[in-house]
Design a protein around this ligand. Sequence first.
Ligand code: 13P
Length: 257
Amino acid sequence: MRNLDRKLVAGNWKMNLLRQDAQWLMAEIIGMLADEESRDVRVAIIPSFVHIGALAQQASADKRFGIGAQNCSDKISGAYTGEVSASMINSVGGKYIIIGHSERRAYFNESNEQLLNKTKLTLSEKLTPIFCCGELLADRNSENYFEIVKQQLTNSLFELSVDDFKNTVIAYEPVWAIGTGLTASPDQAQEMHAFIRKLVADKYGADIADQTTILYGGSCNEKNAKELFSLPDVDGGLIGGAALKSRSFIEIIKALP
Ligand code: 13P
C-alpha cells in the first residue's frame, strides 16, 4: 500500500548560483508553487551553505518548503576550520542535510564512519538526513550493483537505532546517471528501490520500510519524472541540473502522483 506521506522532491543546487540568482530562483519557485495551492507536497531546496539562512526566510510562509544543506561536519563543534556543523545549519533555518552524496564520497573520500556520524548529528538536531547511495558504472556493468548499495547502507545508515532511522530519507543515485543525461530505466529504478525497501524491512521491519521515503536521483527531469514517480517504490526525486530551472523543477514537483 503506497504511503502518500513518503513523497518528496528535493533540488540539490550543488555549487551553483550567487546570492541574487539563488534568491531569484527561489522567488520563482515559490511563485509557481503558490499557483498550485491545492498540491500538498514536500519540497526541499538545497543551496550552498551560504544561502540557507536567506532562503529559509524567503520560503518561510509556505510550509511545503524546507531548505537544506548539501553536507555537514562529522564533528559537533570546535577547532575544525572551514567546517559547518549540523547545529549551525539548524540555527539558520535548515531542515534537511544531504549525507554521502557520490560527489562527496568520490572527491572528499568520505568514509562510512564519517557518514554515520554526520547522519547522527543531523538527527540529533531534529533535521532530516537525505542519505545517498548508488553504484558506479563499473559496478553496474559487472552486475555488482546490489551488493554495493547493500554495503553502503549496512556499513553506515543501518547502524542507526530504529527511532533514528525512521526519520531518515534514502536517495538512490546511480553515479553513472548523475549529470550524464543517462537515466535509470523504470525497470532499473524500481528493481533497486524495491531491493532497498526490502533491506530496510529486513533490518527495521515492514512497517518502517513502508514509511521510508526512497528518492531517485540521476538525470531526472520534467520529461521522465512522471514515469519514475509512478513506480511503486519511488517516492520522489533528488534533482540536480533540472532543479536550477524553475519551470522544469515545478513540472517535476507536479509529476508526483
Ligand atoms: P542531475 O539531476 O544533474 O543528474 O544530478 C543528480 C544529483 O546528483 C542530485 O543530487
